[in-house]
Design a protein around this ligand. Structure first.
Ligand code: AMP
Ligand code: ZN
Length: 465
């Protein structure tokens, strides 16, 4: 069996991965807070853990891996978007508008992540469906002396759990010094965090022993993970920004409720994404949603390829140059694998990918396979990365009928040029196509026209073929 090695944030080491039960490998990844379209940074953990999910299924068998990714559908940011809609005159109560917002955002999310070639997880729990579990867990924490009630809130007492800080490697004193913590008069310690908080009559809320209220963010994942996977499971993932405080708090709550140090065996975190070397932010104007990028003409498969070109533990830069290169490579490969039968991923490929998800190394092996023209192995190996699957290739034909006509014309002109040795007309047509964002690849097998990410076929209107 292939040996998988994963870097564990908890031990700060790359370790051989040994599942608790190899017939039931369990992975929980923190999903989105559903108040708006996912931005391209949000796609990074989805793609990274999708590749890990595929690898685990390859190694342990499809029926032996469970992947859960939640939707945080109770959160103050969601309430704020719903309140803004209500103020703008939308009909319905705040709770109805919250429900409407979360439903539509979840549908967008699944659509956008699907367009990037991600499989859907086995479980996609919504936090609002697990409120009772969150109430029970909070009550148990009070009973065990790890939490206390104050002014309608329930707070976790960080000093009651001696390993608090062990995941992110900080002491409580460092945290207080470094963090922007919410100072509230009812907290015993500034680092104590909310398990439950009161809701006013309009806000979404549920009955509890502490009055009508709603859960804090961290308890949501602890409750859902335990309900789905029990007190111990294998892998817990998310972006690096979640390591502290979200995962530190999740771990503290769950361990204090009886998971002990065993809650998640391996904690994994992807580094953050930037755009053209800069932090993505609305004020810099380099903030894109996944949907905007797709609408600008970047095919989902091309976006995915760019993401996988950087190791998940390194900061990743989204650039247009990378997207162009990715489109060129993928269209070449797609052209070549078209008529290939089924192969198997190469052993070397599996080994490289199993070394802490070395996707850039895996992609460089795909280039080697392409150089050797071993297309069947390339196809099967690429599929493990979620690339070159049959349902992701539509973008190759995006030029549709227009490009078909240009392809035919260029083929005729080229055959003529071969006889006359005058290639000026071929060059002229190539320049026109290239100006419209279409790459022209000429080979012995024929001519391939590929609409690039910024194709603008209107530039071809009216120009003489
Ligand atoms: P959120 O909806 O903010 O809780 O984020 C959902 C997921 O996206 C979390 O796993 C975050 O860590 C991750 N994430 C957010 N921003 C970025 C970014 N710029 N780069 C990579 N991952 C990110
Ligand atoms: Zn979480």
């Amino acid at each position: 069996m292939t040996e998988i090695k994963l870097y564990n944030t908890k031990t700060r080491k790359k370790e051989v991965f040994t599942p608790l039960d190899k017939k039931d490998v369990r992975m929980y990844v923190c999903g989105p807070t559903v108040y708006d379209r996912a931005h391209i940074g949000n796609a990074r953990p989805v793609i990274v853990f999708d590749v890990l999910y595929r690898l685990l299924r390859e190694v342990y068998g499809e029926g032996h891996v469970q992947y859960a990714r939640n939707f945080t559908d109770v959160d103050d940011k969601i309430n704020a978007t719903a309140a803004a809609r209500k103020e703008a005159g939308a009909a319905g109560t705040l709770e109805e508008l919250v429900q409407e917002r979360t439903d539509e955002t979840i549908a967008w999310y699944l659509e956008d992540m699907g367009a990037l070639g991600n499989l859907e997880p086995d479980h996609a729990p919504r936090a609002t469906e697990y409120i009772q579990e969150m109430v029970d867990m909070s009550a148990m924490l009070i009973e065990r002396g790890h939490a206390y009630e104050a002014e309608g809130h329930v707070l976790f007492d960080v000093t009651s759990y001696e390993n608090y800080g062990s995941l992110s490697g900080r002491s409580v004193d460092d945290m207080i010094a470094g963090a922007r913590v919410e100072v509230a008069p009812y907290k015993r310690n500034p680092m104590d965090f909310v398990l439950w908080k009161p809701s006013d009559a309009e806000q979404p809320g549920w009955d509890s022993p502490w009055g009508r209220g709603r859960p804090g963010w961290h308890i949501e994942c602890s409750a859902m993970a335990e309900k789905l996977f029990g007190k111990r499971f294998d892998i817990h993932g998310g972006g690096l920004d979640l390591a502290f405080p979200h995962h530190e708090n999740e771990k503290a709550q769950s361990c204090a409720c009886g998971s002990e140090e065993d809650f998640a065996q391996v904690w994994m975190h992807n580094e953050m994404l930037q755009v053209e070397g800069k932090k993505m932010s609305k004020s810099l104007g380099n903030f894109f949603s996944v949907r905007e990028l797709i609408d600008q003409g970047y095919p989902g498969e091309v976006i995915r390829f760019v993401f996988l070109g950087t190791h998940y533990r390194k900061p990743m830069d989204w650039t247009e140059k990378k997207a162009k290169e990715a489109a060129r490579t993928l269209s070449k490969w797609r052209d070549a694998i078209d008529a290939q039968g089924d192969g198997k991923p190469s052993a070397e490929f599996l080994e490289v990918l199993s070394d802490d998800l070395n996707t850039p190394g895996a992609i460089s092996l795909l280039h080697d396979l392409a150089a050797k023209k071993d297309w069947a192995t390339l196809k099967a190996s690429a599929l493990l990365l979620g690339l070159l699957s049959p349902n992701m290739g539509d973008w190759i034909n995006r030029g549709g009928v227009v490009l078909d006509q240009w392809q035919k014309k260029l083929t005729e002109v080229r055959s003529l040029a071969m006889e006359t040795k005058d290639f000026s007309e071929v060059d002229r047509l190539k320049a026109l196509l290239s100006n419209a964002g279409v790459s022209v690849q000429m080979g012995k097998e024929g001519i391939l026209l590929v609409a690039g990410p910024e194709v603008d076929l209107s530039k071809l209107n009216g120009v003489s073929e």
